[in-house]
Design a protein around this ligand. Structure first.
Ligand code: NAD
Ligand code: DAU
Length: 352
């Protein structure tokens, strides 16, 4: 079996579902169930013995030691993090705690466990760290996309905390020999995405005829990847990646935010027309994000060359599936919009 952290979040839940469907191997899922963790995303596994959930924190070393000793996983896939850039601007402490201290604690627990394994198990063990393209900083319009050799230039508290975690993972390999793999992925979208991030926020606001808040001029560029393609890439890297290496994962899908928002509006106009007019009428430019990175773009050729991975979805197929999913899962959205989420909307948007 494998241990996944953060398996009740957006990417984590998709990963657990994808992993069990694709490999049949059991997953021990450790998640603190912060505002972003939602076990309802895993409801289809409720009576499946291949999924075991533990409600706990990655900074809890005794818990980690106990879980590793009892369940003896062959790999750890570390997905848990504080993940929202805007939240990191309003409150960076939680990002340092989970992303830096939490990764450190998990690395130390993994090192102790791995050190005690029998020779064969020790050779096969992997610690897979799931990270982001934001550690590389921001690109100008004509710059080449990020390769794995790009300098680390994080600009937000979130990306700085993720960069710190990447450095810890690298050091635990070089110093202690822990068999690590790191993947740095671009912006994901798809089912179970918490509606604080651009695409799901635009879908749920548009359906409620609320303003669609576009930061600044809306010309910031992101490289969008359908989340199930990210999950498939993690499986490939975990199976065949070279220990100690990092792999960039991206969608070859650079698009300015305003184009993303207009695409979502056009799909909703088609699938759920609003008698009041096109959903694009709700687009509202608001104050920009402080320190807003202008452009991310991933060069994913290493992953294609060495492991044969390419995304299966184009943006056109992936975004259509995503909008359809939100239309078909109004109950999931309604329950996610808990009190904690409504408080966050007031904190982030009232002064804009
Ligand atoms: P998310 O915020 O949706 O989910 C994070 C999960 O981690 C939640 O279930 C939460 O409860 C859990 N968690 C938070 N703190 C924890 C702690 N201290 N102990 C245990 N569990 C804790 O995040 P996401 O968007 O699914 O991102 C997952 C990972 O992928 C992160 O490491 C993020 O940096 C990385 N990533 C995300 C994207 C993206 O576009 N979302 C892109 C590239 C990389
Ligand atoms: O690049 C990978 C990263 O992508 C991940 O590491 C992060 O965990 C993930 O949250 C995401 O970060 P972004 O900041 O790019 O994602 P977000 O959805 O918050 O914003 C996408 C773009 O849309 C960004 O340029 C800011 C803009 N935006 C966002 C929101 C929430 C708006 O214009 N309006 C909004 O209301």
């Amino acid at each position: 079996m494998i241990l996944a952290t953060g398996g009740a979040g957006f990417i984590g839940a998709n990963f657990v579902l994808d992993w069990i469907a694709a490999t049949g191997e059991a997953v021990l899922n450790l998640d603190a169930l912060t505002y972003a963790g939602n076990l309802e995303s895993l409801a289809s596994l409720n009576s499946d013995p291949r999924h075991a959930f533990v409600h706990g924190d990655i900074t809890d070393r005794p818990l980690l030691d106990r879980l590793l000793a009892e369940h003896r996983p062959r790999a750890i896939v570390h997905v848990a993090a504080e993940s929202h850039v805007d939240r990191s601007i309003h409150g960076p402490a939680a990002f340092v705690r989970t992303n830096v201290e939490g990764t450190f604690t998990l690395l130390e627990a993994a090192r102790a466990y791995w050190g005690g394994l029998a020779t064969n198990d020790k050779a096969g063990f992997r610690f897979h760290h799931v990270s982001t393209d934001e550690v590389y900083g921001s690109l100008a319009a004509g710059d080449a996309p990020f390769t794995e050799r790009h300098a680390y230039e994080p600009n937000s508290p979130y990306s700085a905390s993720k960069a710190a975690s990447d450095h810890l993972v690298r050091a635990w390999h070089h110093t202690y020999g822990l068999p690590v793999l790191t993947t740095n992925c671009s912006n994901n979208y798809g089912p179970y995405h918490f509606p604080e991030k651009l695409i799901p926020l635009m879908i749920v606001n548009a359906l409620a005829a609320k303003p669609l808040p576009v930061y600044g001029d809306g010309q910031q560029v992101r490289d969008w990847l359908y989340v199930r393609d990210h999950c498939a890439a993690i499986r490939e890297v975990l199976a065949r990646g070279v220990v100690g290496e990092t792999y960039n994962i991206g969608g070859w899908n650079e698009k300015p935010n305003i184009e993303i928002v207009r695409t979502v509006c056009a799909l909703l106009d088609e699938m759920r027309p609003d008698p009041a007019g096109s959903h694009a009428r709700l687009i509202t430019h608001v104050a920009d994000r402080p320190g807003h990175d202008r452009r991310y773009a991933i060069d994913a050729r290493k992953l294609e060359r060495e492991l044969g991975w390419r995304p299966a979805e184009t943006f056109e197929t992936g975004i259509r599936k995503t909008v359809r999913w939100y239309l078909d899962h109004a109950d999931w959205v309604a329950r996610v919009q808990s009190g904690a989420y409504r408080d966050w909307v007031a904190t982030n948007y009232s002064a804009r």
